[in-house]
Design a protein around this ligand. Sequence first.
Ligand code: IVH
Length: 796
Amino acid sequence: MSQSPATDWQARAAQLREKIERANYRYHVLDDPEITDADYDRAMRELEALEDAHPQLAAADSPTRRVGARAQGGFAEVRHAKPMLSLNNAFELDGDDDRERFREVAEFERRIEQTLDRRSPVFSVEPKLDGLAISLRYEDGAFVQGATRGDGETGEDVTANLRTVRAIPLRLRGEDWPRVLEVRGEVIMLHKDFEAFNERARAAGEKTLANPRNGAAGSLRQLDPAITARRKLSFFAYAIGDVEGGELPQSHSKTLATLRDWGFPVSPEVATAKGFDGLIAYYRRIGAKRDALPYDIDGVVYKLDDYEGQRAMGFVSRAPRWAIAHKFPAQEQTTTVEAIEIQIGRTGAATPVARLAPVQVAGVTVTNATLHNADQVARLDVRVGDTVIVRRAGDVIPEVVRVMPELRPAHTQAWHMPSHCPVCGSALLREEGEAAWRCSGGLICPAQRKEALIHFAARRAMDIEGIGERFVDALVDFGYVHTPADLYRLTLDDFLEMKRRADERDGTTPETVRQGKVATKWAENLIEAIEASKHTTLPRFLFALGIMHIGESTAKTLAAWLGSLAMIRRMPATILRVLPDVGSEVAASIAGFFAQQGNQQVVDKLLAAGIVFADETHASPKLRDRLDLAVLLDKADVNKLGPKSTRLLADRFPTLDQLLAAGQAHWIVAGLPSAAATNLEAFLAEETNLRPLREAAAAMHELLASIPKASAEQASPLEGQTVVLTGTLSSLSRDEAKDRLEALGAKVAGSVSKKTSFVVAGEAAGSKLDKAQELGVAVWDEAQLLALLARHEGGS
Ligand code: IVH
């Protein structure tokens, strides 16, 4: 039986259609994709090419002619008043110049020029958001129905879920909106919300989201809106559907501006551009920014701006001829796992890492991807030899998203965390309730020493330029550096010798005179950078120490409240816990770090090396409001001794000595219930209870005594006030307003709550203004803000 070439391509087309349809179903209906976007695009393009070559093949039901798969049960169906269209795609091709590389864009633009007989038409240019398309219907200004796109004709009624998305206005702002208005756009999940969700899921041993798009889609398809509400979603508007009883502007860009006025978020990246060159310039600009954007995009969209031109261009099979999506290279790719290794971090955490067959992901070659922790490996069931989907988005470390079990070779084995550290051989241990296994070797583990050094030298820490990974390896391996303090003892000769040994070990070329000079210059620069790092700030230094759970913001809190390293390194956990955003775990970690002699010695050596802080000061006077004996007694958690009782005792006996000297009888006379007094007496009789309390009380006394007596001038007139900025201010930028308010002691928050002191509403203020009104929080205008700033600035 011989096969004609005709049946060959027929069979191939059928195969591709099935693949695409299955992928559509998994992606659009089940929200559980099976192949990568890149694989999908490839199949689609191959099928399109086949159908172009053999038009008789192109059945009306081909996936190339369809927007998406049909919605599945669970939600009521919604017929869209106007169909929700799809966009044709343009990809980057091979070629030497822009017109070749972006031929599809050039053809799109030329077709418009020719059809409309216009030179360099104006386009609305927008990011192509990677979320879920939805349609929002407003009647008389009220949100009445929200639907998914579904197959473009019929979607699912997800009104209840969309109501939980805060970016979606429940009522339109402003006026002059049409009686019926359908706004379309994309529901997305921001990177930070996606990361936070997955972090929580991982910690709880639950299923993680493969990517933010799945996060948005999966959340909207929850039958229980309460679940949707807990997953933070965002929304950007980019199109209009049905409009009745009113007028819209004559161009898309003006419509978007109007939508913004009516309370819809529109991506801040939206702009206009002229002609082919303008389009490509925008593509490049957004492409360069892609990794820094707070959400995923998979390309940019060009839309002919004026509606008259749009009408004249019309549609071809469900996609407009006046718009096109210009796609970026995909952020997900498939590759195979060659090994699973363990990386030991600065705090000893053992992170499984997949070594991959090199693959290009979004323009970068990826050879490693994180597997996060042992639970994640078990959940994904990643094995050596597996074909996996890797994803790289933004600055985030590439990660393994999913395994493709159908491609698993025979005889693979499930992976298990090794029992010992691959670097130092110490046992790997896991604490109760923790996801991470840790190497128990501490600083005897070279891996931890190296990570600690790299962290210490990092830009946001001590900022020592030139301490790259390779030199840290050599510094530690050859024994030049055991702790960060050793860095400050190294001489020019040490560096040169170390470099020679490193080159030798790596088999790098032998030394010539010229190279000798280069090496000397390198070492001199390094010494200079180390020297320069001695002048630093207290938060940087604290962050650089690499204390577990101490990020930059906690370091700033410590410095702002306690003022000096001398205080911070002496404070017990009980005292640290009164600082804002310092919980028991963080407090224990800081106190635990400084409780170790070795760490205190390293700090002493660093100070002896000449490290100085420009910003050391005394402890904050605000501590007086947060810290007294009542607080210490509260933290001691004595049975039956509630906050009222501790308050009473602290007011009557302000120091621990006075409290002890008074004794049970006097406490009762002072008004303490006798049961509480008995319990307290018994509690204080135990040396194991009394000692930490004495220590805490002594530390508290020392800390409070170090605060200078209140001066007549008040430096922070807005102390204790929380301000929220919303909308656009005309005479100063939001950042500037924030800086100036903070300089006066106010806290500037991102969202409105009952605790908000006042909201400053500029032009086009949105949901935060609504929230303020709902909660009865004071709303100020720009003039009031300026008057306030004028009153306090420079005058304090
Ligand atoms: S406009 C007639 N604008 O891309 C044009 N779509 O392939 C209708 N998308 O379903 C869509 N960002 O999910 C438009 N700025 C943007 C977009 C965008 C993302 C998605 C949307 C749509 C798909 C079309």
